[in-house]
Design a protein around this ligand. Structure first.
Ligand code: G4P
Length: 525
């Protein structure tokens, strides 16, 4: 009997807003049989976007497990799709979610190529050694030349690409793909409103049907391209993919469902199952009896009637059972895991059992923090899975009503603990910390929450820094100041950090201080 974890695949989709993440997610659910017609997920997103005061809406809808992890089955495999918040909610949570994924799908708009947010998310995956599969989307619209797109990925992201499918034409002429693995041509027919699986025909590369479909010239170009792609390029190698050296590339259109099925078929073979994680007690394997899991996200309940939170936990080994007792490493005590929730397709469900690879949402009465490890057995396990990521925007808060200082401080401390922002302390101004966030709109969320949850109205004054770098090798801020670091501060754990304005400043500081390492992330605690 294969172990349950062996049929788990836990992944995230990384993309720039509008590349089609919602659409692809929906189509994966459709092909997984988890929903029967496409349209619902998208409609909900449109509804959200249409509301001008999105924070009001967030508050009204209360805690949303909906956007955190979706499950579906395909070909006997159970997929956990982790949502990486984008758009307005782009934040450190987006990066943290990637620490819980074993693989990432990088979604690229075929007309736009590699965009800003994709670069950032790619970088985080790369640093963590997460294997990346590329899906080039929107081939049903005028697209850039596939070869040019592949070179762009290679140049901008610095990773070799290996096409696993190749498109026949683009825009109106996008009729199908060549499947490198099976050496067959797959052609598709559109369905009404793109709401159901598309019929797919298989034929050989020389089939005259291709000429009829797209005309002789395009068919010839397609055959020439396939010859080039299969003759000259690297062939796919699972080992190299798992090491993060190459990215297999698929072409398609999430909207019309063209290319989604061959993508899923290949994805189930290449997406890795949950692997071992390094811990304080050595490697913990997913198939072990011992339960071990870490918290990668804590979501506050925006509903003022329920101040509890939900902690999202990625299971690393063993089996979760509701009611189980586990050791909470940071608190050094046993706690009982009462109720957990998961989302199957779009239904929120209480879960009683879950295995390595799964993500469950635990009701949190205030005992969980990002990075916490829970485990059974002895000794207790600590997994150093989630680091602090460098914020990209910095500000100081100015209180508008001086009588609310205590409330503001309490709010800032609690929100920092929840992981909404990071605090940095400048020597001599410890009472007035610098607030750092990964997504600029987090400042609005912050001001909103300070006012509505803590009664402290603030304005946030932006500071001109773009990078925080933990300075490995330096003892304290004095050492940094002596080397004329633009702004020397400490993080919440007292570690010395350099705040830097731009890439140029960062390069200069690195060049002038080779005795130190400037780290983009730091362990929590
Ligand atoms: P996101 O979650 O990454 O932000 O993207 P989303 O799926 O919402 O897609 C953004 C827009 O791109 C949507 O259009 C969507 O329909 C469209 N789109 C996604 N995949 C494809 C594709 O394969 N081909 C084409 N032609 N379009 C695609 P919209 O006009 O913003 O929204 P809607 O009116 O379609 O809902």
């Amino acid at each position: 009997m294969p172990h349950e974890f062996e049929r788990r695949r836990t992944f995230a989709i990384i993309a720039h807003p509008d590349a089609g993440k919602t659409t692809l997610t929906e189509k994966l659910l459709l092909y997984g049989g988890a929903i029967h017609t496409a349209g619902a997920v998208h409609a909900r997103k449109a509804q959200r976007a249409a509301t001008s005061d999105w924070m009001e809406l967030e508050r009204k809808r209360g805690i949303s497990i909906t956007s955190s992890v979706l499950q579906f089955e395909y070909g006997g495999i159970r997929y956990n799709l982790l949502d990486t918040p984008g758009h307005q909610d782009f934040s450190e949570d987006t990066y943290r979610t990637l620490t819980a994924a074993d693989c990432a799908i990088m979604l690229i708009d075929a007309a736009k190529g590699v965009e800003e947010q994709t670069k950032k998310l790619f970088h985080v995956c790369r640093q963590r050694g997460t294997p990346i599969v590329t899906f080039v989307n929107k081939l049903d619209r005028p697209a850039r030349d596939p070869f040019a797109l592949m070179s762009e990925i290679e140049e901008v992201l610095g990773m070799r690409t290996v096409p696993r499918t190749w498109p026949i034409g683009s825009g109106e002429d996008f009729k199908g793909v060549y499947d490198v693995d099976s050496k067959g041509v797959l052609t598709f027919d559109r369905t009404a409103k793109n709401a159901s699986r598309v019929p797919m025909q298989t034929s050989g590369i020389d089939d005259p049907k291709i000429d009829q479909l797209v005309g002789e010239q395009l068919a010839k170009n397609f055959r020439d391209e396939v010859e080039l792609v299969t003759g000259a390029g690297d062939s796919f190698d699972q080992e190299r993919f798992l090491k993060g050296e190459i990215s297999p590339v698929f072409f398609g259109s999430a909207l019309t469902n063209f290319g989604v099925e061959p993508f899923l078929e290949a994805f189930q073979d290449i997406c890795p199952q949950p692997g071992a994680r390094v811990t304080n007690v050595g490697k913990v394997e997913p198939g072990e009896d011992r339960f071990a899991a870490f918290v990668f996200k804590v979501q506050a309940n925006m509903d003022p009637n329920h101040r509890d939170r939900i902690a999202f936990v990625r299971i690393v080994s063993g089996k979760f059972e509701s009611g189980m007792w586990v050791n909470h490493y940071r608190l050094g005590k046993q706690i009982r895991l009462a109720r957990a929730e998961q989302l199957f397709a779009q239904e929120r469900q209480t879960v009683h059992e879950a295995w390595a690879g799964d993500v469950v949402g635990l009701h949190d009465p205030g005992i969980f923090r990002i990075g916490d490890t829970l485990s059974t057995g002895s000794p207790p396990v600590a997994i150093d899975a989630v680091p602090r990521f460098s914020p990209e925007f910095f500000a100081r808060a100015t209180l508008l009503d001086p009588l609310k200082r205590k409330q503001m401080q309490k709010g800032i401390d609690e929100l920092a603990e929840e992981g909404t922002l990071q605090l940095f302390f400048q020597p001599g101004r410890e009472k007035d910390p610098i607030l750092g966030v990964v997504g600029v709109l987090q400042f609005e969320v912050l001001a909103y929450r300070l006012q509505h949850e803590y009664g402290a109205k603030v304005t946030l004054d932006r500071l001109p820094y773009s990078f925080a770098r933990w300075v490995d090798g330096a003892k304290d801020t004095k050492e940094l100041e002596a080397r004329r670091i633009p702004l020397a501060v400490t993080d919440i754990d007292g570690k010395p950090v350099a705040l830097l304005r731009d890439e140029w400043e960062l390069l200069r500081m690195q060049r002038d201080n080779e005795q130190w390492k400037f780290l983009e992330t730091a362990p929590i605690g």
